[in-house]
Design a binder for this molecule. Sequence first.
Ligand code: GTP
Ligand code: MG
Length: 195
Amino acid sequence: MKVNQAEFIISAVGPSQYPADALPEIALAGRSNVGKSSLINRLIQRKNLARTSSKPGKTQQLNYYKVNADLYFVDLPGYGYAQVSKSKREIWGKFIEQYLLHREHLKLVLLIIDIRHAPSKDDQTMFAWLKHNDVPLVVVTTKADKITKGHWQKHVKIIRETLQMEKHDRMVLFSSELGVGKDELWQVIEQEIGW
Ligand code: GTP
Ligand code: MG
């Protein structure tokens, strides 16, 4: 995919604000601070279009980014951030669940996992829930630059086992810092939207 143009469209707080032009949507899910926004920036080669932060919990709406006139990346609020009140978390949960289950233009979810750690309970729940509901999904293990290359496969194995992934479940190893995995992930995305 050659990215000629990328722009922020809207921080949507409800379905009435979702774009109406029927382009395919690729959503990013993962715990707070795992690197979702950074991954979007790397895929579209813009330094800071998707706002990143060392403070978790920054993304609280569905942030839509349009790439060319081809597709949207939808940056979902991160889960598992303890500082957020329980009632607020429940409202987000419902909102995101509705989006993931019923948005007809959603073509693929990128479930972002930190390669350094075994997936959390929340990660495991999210993976199992997406699979159970037949939401097309690829696991992306990011921050690969934070461990030495010789350890990558060991970590990938732990992640696959902890999530109870099956052989055919897809995974891409990624680093937003280095750009590792960028071409491979674009291929998965393009395949999923039928290019
Ligand atoms: P929320 O929006 O709060 O849910 O966070 P997020 O998942 O969008 O994470 P974000 O992209 O803001 O990144 C969080 C922190 O991790 C930032 O300090 C990033 O610079 C850093 N980071 C993200 N991806 C990578 C990576 O691949 N390598 C390294 N070294 N740092 C990364
Ligand atoms: Mg973010």
